[in-house]
Design a protein around this ligand. Sequence first.
Ligand SMILES: Cc1cc2nc3c(=O)[nH]c(=O)nc-3n(C[C@H](O)[C@H](O)[C@H](O)COP(=O)(O)OP(=O)(O)OC[C@H]3O[C@@H](n4cnc5c(N)ncnc54)[C@H](O)[C@@H]3O)c2cc1C
Ligand SMILES: Cc1cc2nc3c(=O)[nH]c(=O)nc-3n(C[C@H](O)[C@H](O)[C@H](O)COP(=O)(O)O)c2cc1C
Length: 783
Amino acid sequence: MKIAIIGGGPAGLYAAILLKKQRPDAEITVYERNRADDTFGFGVVFSDATLDNFEKYDSPSYRRITQEFAYWDDIAVHFRGTVHRVGGNGFCGCSRRKLLLILQERARELGVTLTFEADIEDEARFADADLVVLADGINSRFRDRYIEHFQPEVDLRSNVFAWMGSTRPLDAFTFIFQETEWGPFIAHAYQYEAGRSTWIFETDPQTFKRAGLEGLNEKQSADRMAGIFGWFLEGHQLLTNRSMWRNFPMIRSKRWVKDNMVLLGDAKATAHFSIGSGTKLAMEDAIALADAMQRAPTVDAALRQYEDGRREEVEKTQHAADVSLVWFEHVDRFWDFDPVQFAFGVMTRAKAITYDNLTLRAPVFVSEVDKAFAKQVRAKGLDVDVERPVAPMFQPLRLREMELANRAVVSPMCMYSAKEGVPGDFHLVHYGSRAIGGAGLIFTEMTCVSRDARITPGCTGLWNDEQEAVWRRIVDFVHANSAAKICLQLGHAGRKGATKLMWDGMDRPLEQGGWDVLSASPIPYFPDSQVPREMDRVAMDAVKAAFVQAAERGEACGFDMLELHSAHGYLLASFISPLTNQRSDAYGGSLANRLRFPIEVFEALRAAWPSHKPMSVRISATDWAEGGITGDDAVVVARAFAEAGVDLVDVSTGQTVRDAQPVYGRMFQTPFSEQVRNEARVATMCVGNITTSDQVNTILAAGRADLVALGRPHLVDPSFTLKAAAWYGAEAVFCPPQYLPGKEQIFRNSVRDRQDFDDLKIKAKPKTRAELKAEATKPLAAE
Ligand SMILES: Cc1cc2nc3c(=O)[nH]c(=O)nc-3n(C[C@H](O)[C@H](O)[C@H](O)COP(=O)(O)OP(=O)(O)OC[C@H]3O[C@@H](n4cnc5c(N)ncnc54)[C@H](O)[C@@H]3O)c2cc1C
Ligand SMILES: Cc1cc2nc3c(=O)[nH]c(=O)nc-3n(C[C@H](O)[C@H](O)[C@H](O)COP(=O)(O)O)c2cc1C
């Protein structure tokens, strides 16, 4: 077999090693345009898990690599004169130059031919090769030559960065967030061998310009960075090696394979440096390719296996890198945070590290985070213990005169079980049991302001006395038997009205018994949905009046809070999104115009709703569709509602148009809540695939939301909050006297269960290399 590898970076060399081990008879040649030791960059970083993989696949190179490594366990966050350190991370650093020399030596030893100073122009010269590996890096010539086939997508990020080195020793992966007269600068730094560390400097484009960095040469930029970070460098030099300021390109390629050619490493996909995974991805690609070549009967099948099997892992890493880079791009959102909360945000930014996870590794740090959180609650006038605080989820929140006992919320969820808008026994049991289950706040399902405002024939309403009486009974039950507050969500279905019950076909038009539907513009939801009537002023007045009357009935029922549903493509949302609002009057066109009617309804409700009771608005912070609402628009929307007197923005997303492309995942809507909260400076509630109390605490402690709503988890577990309270030892959680023996038991057992769980986790976690090294070098205790 003949294999040609273009590019002698980590991807190309490691692929050569693994393939040669598998097929000693194969003729494998690596073509590299540079000289053997002519490399850019300073150190590379690997996690312990990546090293375990290297050990498994090629132990000789692993051994040589690890002999050269610097190990560290801690992450240190420097911000506003403070430093917070968190241990147990298990990272290793190594010089990129040494790594490449080790891989070259190992490849040679195995019989791979290495051809340096060979700049490959054309792959036609490898016509007789069975496999051509395109490992030619981020600016891959061959990926771009077949751009139509590989379809790379290059997302050039807004922040600028430069890679430098230093002689400053470091004992932790170090993040320094530095305020300057021009704006914030960030240094990501780690040691990779004795007396050498990598320094990546990052800033936003405006700060870059203001600081006069444009057009400076490498030496001048290094001097400027040494000026800014001089207090930390303690006289150590900054070194340069192709250290130009650049924008990071996030690259994703639709295809990785063409005939017998395959993309590997940066050529195929990149991952932002803030999660330190470029070299790791490149070498793990080589592992995946070698595995596929081992298993599959033909090269063709192997390449297909490589692409199919590896894509998910790469996309996961890229997603984590995306989330992380966005955090750094928007660091100004958190710049006024308490430093410990800021550090918590840095640690948890990419979702892998959580509140519980940190509690296990860095209990003192988490206890400081809890204290800072409790202090903020106390500063808002609530009498909470700041010395021995409960976890953030169990901290109270006050909105106007309504005080919530904790921050867990039952999200609004249609039960499609009402008759002519009248809730039934199911609703009493449903809301009652969730209130008893301990959530601080319960939302009603979208309750419709008139008969023709309903989504389905099973939706609840509040336009007549019979409905009001049943809702009053539910509210009375909640108040009498729990500590929960209950919020009435009022809505109008708009163009999604007159549709079937969820289990008969979500959003599908009713075949019989439907009613006329309204919207901002006459655009049907499905092509075969009813064409809605474009609302005129008379219709707007009628709808507004219906909202006000329903709110007055809501007050008569005793609801504690009112939410205006302006999300998910329903009537008010249809005004806000440009995809559903194509009006040419004062209610269409600019975002300000599109907001006019929803804000008018909100103001009418605010005037009718008692001033001591809070109001929220649910918005879709993105349409997940080309040309639709974006996170930046959501900030404008939130500000407009805040000016109109909203106390909380309930940040959901999507459901506006059929062809949306939502990016699902754990806590997938939380970034929008974070943006709205910290840019519009308004309290937010986040929701969406949040399933554990650990996630709830992580979100709250990092300042990404003020309340956390859970929908589907509450459908199967009314006592989600009570159970979480037992886990975190939040004794004060309410439990009705009838259920106290159950509470006592779960609180008692939870202490032991949690201890067992933590022990198991500690036992299951292998020692990091840094810990093993520390143990090995520890002097033996005198017997
Ligand atoms: C300037 C710079 C500095 C960096 N510094 C660091 C760092 O300090 N730490 C870190 O973790 N990561 C660093 N990275 C990122 C990291 O290098 C990559 O993520 C990783 O090297 C990807 O490995 P690769 O083998 O896919 O690509 P590369 O390492 O880029 O290797 C590709 C190779 O292909 C060669 N090549 C390209 N075209 C041809 C051709 N036509 N013919 C022959 N050869 C060709 C190139 O010369 C290069 O050696 C840096 C990247 C850059 C651009
Ligand atoms: C059965 C069901 C009904 C829903 N009904 C409503 C509703 O009436 N009003 C609303 O704003 N959201 C509604 N939603 C959306 C939820 O409030 C929530 O935003 C969504 O389910 C995502 O949260 P989760 O991942 O915790 O379930 C509904 C969701 C479900 C599953």
